[in-house]
Design a protein around this ligand. Structure first.
Ligand SMILES: *Cc1c(COP(=O)(O)O)cnc(C)c1O
Length: 368
């Protein structure tokens, strides 16, 4: 008997997630010096982690022989104070990606439906498929979630709605009032998963805490991978009603968030000054890329996050050509956007380098 015949059929059908290419990988393949390569491909924080987070991580590393606090007690205590919620309302994860998977473990059975935008974060579809659920993809309109159409896509079989604002890969948002009204219009057999991976980049992001207080089936997901610059450490969290959070905590591994990540996350949360500086510099960088693209005649989708879609004509060709010049961006053909690449905001110098390479490639001129 072949191992494939023994395996869960959902795994055989599982598409492979294509991450942004690591610098070392590209250096090896193209024979480039890794020090000369810049990665603008995975929406990481170009300004790094907070120095205080690095110190806290180093202190925790010195005690790597001990298992971490499996309950993330201190982190959840800080989060509770930060949000004005109870500790029992939080569940920490190995990146918010783990929370997406835990939602599958807790809520999905074969035949269920999961409503999401298209294009939206690739992991939503992977989670639905892994648990034998059916992804119901609702096309974006003007690169923005079509909330009325998403509501119409809900059936008695719907269990989850995955929704991010700002959305990845488009960087677009929906109005806070529209998002809250959408969540309130969902029937009680549907859980609204509000993915706030980029919420820190938006001034008037919706506050879902009133929905939680009203007893609605909602969960907010946050990550330390983006604004806080801790993507390598894998830490994120969800906040919801205490009963819902307890179910997610029951489904997770006992030590799912490592001690170095916990210590760094707590310090990052405390270093509000550093976060504010990153936010300011990221916004300036976004404006720099958008203006630079405009000057080159390249269309962009107005973004509210730390990345931007740029229409380059042949996304795969431009991705490869930029890579040969040591600039890694993200091709998005797998998101149904073959004419675009997604560019993460870098430092001022990195953004300049991207724009210079784009100019050299003569990908300017009227978009095709
Ligand atoms: C980056 C990202 C996440 C979070 O990733 P983790 O590193 O696993 O915390 C979640 N949702 C979206 C839309 C993202 O872009």
């Amino acid at each position: 008997m072949n191992i494939r015949q023994l395996c869960n059929p959902s795994v055989l059908k599982q598409p492979v997630y294509e991450p942004g290419r690591p610098i070392e990988d590209v250096a090896r393949e193209l024979g480039l010096d890794p020090a000369g390569i810049i990665k603008l491909a995975s929406n990481e924080n170009a300004f790094g982690p907070s120095p205080r987070a690095i110190e806290a991580a180093a202190r925790a590393l010195a005690h790597a022989e001990l298992y971490p606090d499996g309950g993330c007690v201190e982190l959840r205590r800080r989060l509770a104070a930060h949000w004005g919620l109870e500790e029992s309302q939080f569940v920490a994860g190995n990146g918010s990606n783990e929370l997406l998977e835990l939602l599958g473990h807790v809520l999905l059975r074969p035949g269920d439906e999961v409503v999401m935008g298209a294009p939206a974060f690739a992991v939503y579809k992977l989670v639905a498929l892994l648990f034998g659920a059916r992804p119901v993809e609702v096309p974006l309109v003007n690169h923005t979630h079509d909330l009325p159409a998403m509501l119409r896509a809900v059936t008695p079989a719907t269990r989850l709605v995955f929704f991010a604002s700002p959305n990845n890969p488009t960087g677009t948002i929906n109005a806070a009032a529209d998002i809250l009204a959408f969540a309130r219009a969902l029937p009680p057999h549907v859980v609204f998963v509000f993915d706030e991976a980029y919420a820190e980049f938006v001034d008037d992001a919706p506050d879902i805490r009133p929905l939680i207080r009203e007893g609605r089936h909602v969960i907010g997901l946050r990550t330390f991978s983006k604004l806080h610059g801790l993507a390598a450490l894998r830490v994120g969290y969800g906040y919801a009603g205490a009963e819902f959070a307890a179910l997610l905590n029951r489904a997770r591994q006992p030590f799912n968030v490592n001690a170095v990540a916990q210590a760094a996350a707590i310090a990052a949360l405390d270093d509000t000054e550093f976060a504010a500086r990153c936010l300011r510099d990221t916004r300036a960088g976004l404006a720099q890329i958008e203006a630079g693209c405009r000057a080159l005649g390249l269309e962009t989708v107005p973004s509210h996050a730390n990345f931007v879609l740029v229409r380059v004509g042949d996304g795969a060709r431009v991705f490869a050509a930029l890579q040969r010049r040591g600039v890694i961006v993200r091709p998005v053909a797998n998101y149904g956007l073959p004419e675009w690449v997604r560019v993460t905001v870098g430092t001022k110098a990195q953004n300049e380098r991207f724009l210079k390479c784009a100019d050299d490639l003569l990908i300017g001129g009227p978009p095709v």
